[in-house]
Each structure stands twice: as structure tokens, then as C-alpha cells.
Design a protein around this ligand. Structure first.
Ligand code: SAM
Length: 246
């Protein structure tokens, strides 16, 4: 997978060189390029922002450097064009389902906003020649899109074949497709007792079916308690009319 990230703080993306994503880059599973948006400016001050039309606080990222950056990074149109992801708290909420979908792409471009964000015309213009999504990583506001890009890249890259040692661990996780919308059950390792807290007895039983049942019950309890919104709505009970014989 090819990944381009455009930011005015390219160093913010350095952590991608560490750990499993870093290894995926070293192994050639991911080809990552981080670009400085100021490379596409032409004035002495390398300006990327200006005051908002219509007034208001803060500065807005000008469209020209973004337009030129995207022209360079995605010159072709049609099949095989990259998918552009513009980071914004006003975007579609990022999810595991979206990570699974993005893991099937060949080329992703991440646009990291700063200040009050990117001029709205950038997404419209890019949308004429490539699939373009505005994405939010949650209902809160960060200073810039770099951390949001880090989050999405990590969630996507760990799903690529060869990145995680045991691919089964990906299918059994919270939020993974096929987990019936359940959070993961509580997990334990050695020692069997720690600070007076015991590992549940059932996990030593070696009885796989009973362990699976126990885990399923714990996962359901946990999901009901913490994230009832994840569970599908319970269908309304149908009304049964009983006629009495007289
Ligand atoms: N004025 C914008 C608004 O109210 O929607 C917020 C701009 S924010 C201070 C600056 C940049 O941080 C955004 O352009 C975006 O790239 C990034 N950002 C902030 N919060 C984000 C979030 N929850 N998800 C994705 N990107 C975010």
C-alpha cells in the first residue's frame, strides 16, 4: 500500500517509523511518504494560510498549495487513482469498518489541516478526480490533522496481510466485523493470583466450549454496560390476541 501524508509539520508523523507500522515500512508492505505542504508554496514566507472570508476568528489554509500538492501526488484520473482522506472534526466518524474498507485500497493520501482547517474548495476540486472523504476520529477538536492521520494509518496498516504475526488476533477484537458488535471479553495472563485478584477458574479448565461460552457472556455484559449503543435494537414484541371461549 502506498501512503502519502501532507502536513505543515512532517515531523509529527515520525512515530510511524516505529513498532509494527515501522516494520511494515521496512518490509515493503507499506510505502510511506510524508510531505511538507510548504513545498508547494511560492512566496518568500512560504505562506499556507489567510484570514477567513466572511470574518471570524483564526486563519484558514489557502487552497493553492493543497491543489498543487494533490495535482503532484495524484496526477492521473480514472481507475487506480488514490483515495484522499481530509482530516476534519466535521467529517464522517472513523470506525473499524472504515479501517477494514481502507485496508483494501492501493493508495491513500492524508491531508492534515491546521488553524481553522482547509478551504472548502480543496475537497470539492479533488473530488472531481479522486474518491475524497472528510473523516473525523472523534467528537473533539485537535490542533491539527497529524494525530488523526496517525490513528487512521495505524488502524489500517495493522490489518494488511503480514503486519500482525497472528492474523486470527485481528478477527477476535472489539469492533471487528464478525464479532456481533461485541466488545472483547476480559483477558488474563500469568500469574494466576496477583494482588489478591484471581484469574477466573473456568480459564484453567481446558474446556474450550465452556471457555468460549464464558467469554461470550462476559463480552455481552461488558458491551451492555459500556457501549449499549453498539448492540442491535431488540425487535418489539409482537402483540398476541387471545380470544377467550365463552
Ligand atoms: N474549525 C474546525 C472545526 O470547528 O471543525 C476545527 C479545526 S482544528 C483546530 C484544525 C485541524 O485539526 C482540522 O483541520 C483537522 O485537520 C484536524 N482535526 C481536529 N480535530 C479533528 C478530529 N476530531 N478528527 C480529524 N481531524 C481533526
Amino acid at each position: 500500500m502506498k501512503i502519502d501524508v501532507v502536513s505543515i509539520f512532517p515531523d509529527y508523523l515520525q512515530p510511524l517509523r516505529l513498532s509494527l507500522v515501522g516494520k511494515a515500512i521496512e518490509n515493503g508492505i507499506v510505502d510511506l511518504d510524508v510531505h511538507d505542504l510548504r513545498h508547494w508554496t511560492h512566496d518568500r514566507h512560504r505562506t499556507v494560510d489567510d484570514t477567513p472570508y466572511g470574518g471570524g476568528a483564526g486563519m484558514v489554509m489557502r487552497p493553492e498549495p493543497w491543489g498543487e500538492a494533490l495535482d503532484d501526488l495524484a496526477p492521473e484520473t480514472g481507475a487506480g487513482t488514490p483515495r484522499l482522506l481530509i482530516m476534519t472534526p466535521a467529517g464522517r466518524p472513523f470506525s473499524q469498518a472504515m479501517a477494514e474498507e481502507l485496508a483494501g485500497e492501493d493508495h491513500l493520501i492524508f491531508a492534515c489541516g491546521r488553524y481553522e482547517g482547509v478551504d472548502a474548495r480543496v475537497g470539492v476540486d479533488a473530488g472531481k478526480r479522486m474518491r475524497t472523504d472528510e473523516i473525523s476520529i472523534g467528537d473533539y477538536v485537535l490542533n491539527g490533522g497529524e494525530v488523526a492521520s496517525l490513528v487512521i494509518i495505524e488502524a489500517v496498516v495493522r490489518l494488511l496481510p503480514g503486519v500482525i504475526g497472528n492474523p486470527e488476533s485481528l478477527t477476535e477484537e472489539s469492533h471487528a466485523t464478525g464479532q456481533d458488535h461485541l466488545l472483547e471479553y476480559p483477558i488474563y495472563t500469568k500469574p494466576p493470583t496477583w494482588r489478591g485478584l484471581d484469574v477466573p477458574e473456568i480459564l484453567f479448565s481446558g474446556h474450550h466450549a465452556k471457555i468460549a461460552d464464558w467469554r461470550r457472556q462476559r463480552a455481552e455484559e461488558l458491551t451492555r454496560e459500556r457501549r449499549p449503543d453498539l448492540l442491535p435494537p431488540v425487535p418489539a414484541a409482537s402483540t398476541i390476541t387471545i380470544e377467550r371461549a365463552t
